[in-house]
Ligand binder design. Structure first.
Ligand SMILES: CC(=O)N[C@H]1[C@@H](OP(=O)(O)OP(=O)(O)OC[C@H]2O[C@@H](n3ccc(=O)[nH]c3=O)[C@H](O)[C@@H]2O)O[C@H](CO)[C@@H](O)[C@@H]1O[C@H](C)C(=O)N[C@@H](C)C(=O)N[C@H](CCC(=O)O)C(=O)O
Ligand SMILES: Nc1ncnc2c1ncn2[C@@H]1O[C@H](COP(=O)(O)OP(=O)(O)OP(=O)(O)O)[C@@H](O)[C@H]1O
Ligand SMILES: N[C@H](CCC[C@H](N)C(=O)O)C(=O)O
Ligand SMILES: [Mg+2]
Length: 493
């Protein structure tokens, strides 16, 4: 007999086109597993071709551990008699369809909105989650910072989980009576079919700039990956795009969804204008209605505008939406401000791309009103796009009086090597104001101790992260903690 956790294999294969089934469809599947080391008796093991290795190499291990079925692109040389092999053209794509069926298609029973773009996904998804809770709905969130079911926090490992984890989380949200779920859709997740089989009520495009070329290789591929999300939206969904980004129209070129737009510069369904922007708050006009926000910065004007648009497209009343939006706070590590007793402003921000860093520094530049200095501390992650390293250093120099280049998450790279690549972006005229301090803690302490009252210290790149990933080991590290520690130190000395 089937239980909640179990399904008959043939009952979850219905959405697969062109699959060849070798063996019986009448097999009980207890779970879907993509790592052979986690296979249990009754598992359906999915052989995925990865970036490091090929899951097909582990099919024999999986059957040895009791897998009752294997989803694969190529059959093993010696198939096991009692195991069912489902042969498909693309295992990752098929896995998305099977995972949705295994968990009872939870996305179709929820109002699911996805957010894609280089920057702003976490901010927009989190604002939507906060807003809809305030509007009285039970909600779920899938984000880089954390996954959340109402108040329950479930740590996240990826911006967008794999299709099995994703459908499992969605079914948990449904079981908790959530009606709305807001999720980030990373370009990796589209390319790797993590979102295949999901039924979206809407999709939002924030922007696209330089990132992840380590994975996508060319900017064109990166654009195609993001566009893939809009290509697969159904005609019942909305596709809400930022038309101030020149790739906005490309994103929705082939979508079946209803296209809606937002802009700060041109005519759009949702048109916004910034009236003033200070450290205390932002005053905007949205579709002729004036509104004050606690959240600040031009990039957040875009984020709030898209959130407003999505809420209205989901049927919420504009006036109620604006009232609730005006009280929202930024998610952790997104332009998060701290003030020392002698009025130094510390800003912890997750800007880890050239565009994000430039936006944040432009915002800081606009907020300056006197002789305060801007001190920027920034690093770049290891085993990630190396092209952004010199660019980010150059941007930091352009907008700051003092720059400290430091380590982010070196991962498996030599931090000094990363810093050397960043240093190449420092214009010779800016050598004098630039220091390289590989130890991130030391870098923050130095800035915090040397700053003068009213100075602004930007600590960019790690935002909410509470670890530093060095050689595969995550050591506790929190920019906020070190900043607050040094603010205290100024008084104890
Ligand atoms: C580059 C990338 O996306 N990698 C993801 C990918 O891993 P991979 O392709 O390297 O896998 P692999 O190690 O080659 O293994 C291939 C297959 O063999 C299996 N295997 C492997 C060994 C074994 O003994 N047995 C076995 O079955 C693996 O489970 C896997 O299914 O598939 C794994 C399983 O789903 C993911 O955990 C992994 O994410 C890694 C950890 C990662 O860091 N991903 C980042 C780049 C990422 O996805 N980032 C985006 C957001 C970025 C952003 O927008 O800023 C995200 O959505 O989080
Ligand atoms: N709409 C935006 N446009 C440009 N930059 C933004 C925007 N929103 C936020 N940022 C900047 O980008 C940083 C990351 O923001 P956020 O975490 O919302 O993006 P993300 O797309 O979720 O990033 P990730 O790809 O790591 O998941 C912020 O800390 C801020 O510096
Ligand atoms: N989602 C992004 C986060 C980068 C954050 C930055 N701190 C880094 O480690 O490079 C990535 O995985 O590329
Ligand atoms: Mg994110």
């Amino acid at each position: 007999m089937e239980t909640n956790q179990e399904k008959n294999l043939s009952s979850i294969l219905g959405d697969l086109k062109d699959a060849t089934i070798h063996g019986s469809g009448d097999v009980i599947i207890k779970n879907i597993i993509l790592d052979s080391r986690k296979v249990l008796p009754g598992s359906l093991f999915v052989a995925l071709r990865g970036t490091q290795t090929d899951g097909h190499q582990y099919i024999t291990t999986a059957t040895g551990l009791g897998a009752s079925a294997i989803l694969c692109e190529e059959l093993p040389e010696n198939p096991v008699g009692e195991v069912t092999y489902i042969q498909v053209a693309d295992s990752a794509e098929a896995m998305g369809q099977i995972a949705a069926a295994f968990y009872g298609y939870p996305s179709g029973k929820l109002t699911l909105v996805g957010v894609t773009g280089t920057n702003g996904k976490t901010s927009v998804a989190t604002f939507l989650f906060q807003l809809f809770r305030k509007l009285g709905y039970r909600c779920g969130l899938l984000s880089t910072v954390q996954n959340q079911i109402e108040d329950e926090i479930i740590p996240s490992t990826h911006t967008t989980p794999d299709s099995v984890a994703l459908n499992q989380l969605l079914s948990k949200m449904l079981a908790s009576n959530c009606s709305h779920v807001f999720m980030e859709v990373s370009s990796h997740s589209v390319a790797q079919h993590r979102i295949t089989g999901l039924q979206f009520a809407g999709g939002i495009f924030t922007n696209i700039t330089h990132d992840h070329l380590d994975f996508h290789k060319t900017f064109d591929n990166y654009i195609k990956a993001k566009k893939g999300f809009f290509d697969q939206l159904p005609k019942t969904a909305f596709a809400l795009v930022n038309v101030d980004d020149r790739r906005g129209s490309v994103m929705v070129q082939n979508t079946k969804a209803k296209i809606e737009t937002y802009s700060l510069q041109t005519l759009a369904t949702f048109k916004g204008k910034i009236i003033s922007d200070t450290l205390a708050g932002m005053h905007m006009e949205i579709n002729q209605q004036e509104v004050w926000f606690r959240v600040i910065g031009r990039f957040n004007a875009y984020n709030l505008l898209s959130v407003y648009g999505a809420a209205v497209l989901l049927g919420e009343k504009p006036a109620e939406v604006l009232t609730e939006l005006s009280n929202l706070k930024s998610p952790p590590g997104r332009f998060e401000q701290f003030h020392s007793k002698d009025h130094i402003v510390g800003i912890v921000d997750y800007a880890h791309t050239p565009d994000a860093l430039e936006n944040v520094l432009e915002t800081i530049t606009h907020l300056r009103n006197g002789n305060e200095r801007v001190i920027t501390i920034v690093g770049c992650g290891g085993n990630r796009d190396a092209e952004k390293r010199p660019k980010m250093a150059a941007i930091a120099c352009r907008y700051s009086n003092q720059v400290i280049l430091t380590s982010d998450n070196p991962r498996f790279e030599d931090p000094l090597n990363i810093l050397e690549q960043m240093r190449k972006g420092v214009p010779p005229l800016d050598y004098k104001k630039t220091t390289v301090i590989p130890d991130r803690r030391e870098a923050i302490l130095k800035a915090g101790l040397e700053a003068n009252p009213e100075d602004i210290i930007l600590i960019a790149g790690k935002g909410h992260e509470n670890y530093q990933d060095i050689q595969g080991v995550k050591h506790h590290f929190d920019d906020k903690e070190v900043l607050l520690e040094v603010f205290e130190k100024r008084y104890s000395n």
